[in-house]
Design a binder for this molecule. Structure first.
Ligand code: ADP
Ligand code: MG
Length: 157
């Protein structure tokens, strides 16, 4: 397990950290997000999506729990194969309103987690229980005060 800790003072700085992480992502990567409401999970994921080359605006998926975005990897730094002809899929999932394992299975979360061609980002990942993959990034956001956030990024492999 490796761990990095950052402190940011505004939303843009958090998105910059997300962009740096995006450069290291590969198809099949899973990102688990933890942190209170307003701590910056969606903000971070917006930065991630932009760096992946997603042009559509990322909105909070709270009411529609799973949102999917097709993208063609744009950055040559990305570890996605540059010759990829097919679009890759980015899943943005917010489990805030889910309660049971049946809810998760109803969303197809078990299949999404095993999709080795996609990048998957899950807010409120503590709700995943045993569906949480062993290989994953954990992004843990803490609001320190007003616009100040601590961002801890752990990688389990
Ligand atoms: P969550 O998805 O965790 O509920 P959001 O990303 O939706 O949180 O909201 C975070 C809010 O905090 C946004 O309005 C964002 O602009 C604001 N904000 C202020 N400072 C920061 C920071 N340093 N990092 C991330 N968001 C910040
Ligand atoms: Mg959110």
């Amino acid at each position: 397990m490796s761990e990095e800790i950052f402190i940011t003072e505004n939303a843009g700085a958090t998105q910059k950290i997300a962009e740096d992480l995006a450069r290291n992502l590969r198809p099949g990567d899973f990102l688990a997000f933890y942190g209170n409401l307003g701590s910056g999970k969606t903000t971070f994921i917006q930065g991630l999506a932009k760096a992946l080359g997603i042009k559509r605006r990322i909105i909070s998926p709270t009411f529609i729990i799973v949102r999917t975005y097709e993208f063609k990897p744009k950055t040559k730094n990305l570890k996605f194969k540059p010759k990829t002809q097919n679009a890759n899929t980015f899943y943005h999932i917010d489990l805030y309103r889910t309660e049971t394992k049946e809810d998760l299975l109803g969303l197809g979360l078990d299949q999404i987690v095993n999709d080795k061609t996609s990048v998957v980002a899950v807010e409120w990942a503590e709700k995943m229980g045993l569906l949480l993959p062993d290989e994953r990034y954990e992004i843990i956001l803490t609001d320190l005060k007003e616009d100040k956030r601590e961002i801890k990024i752990k990688k389990y492999e």
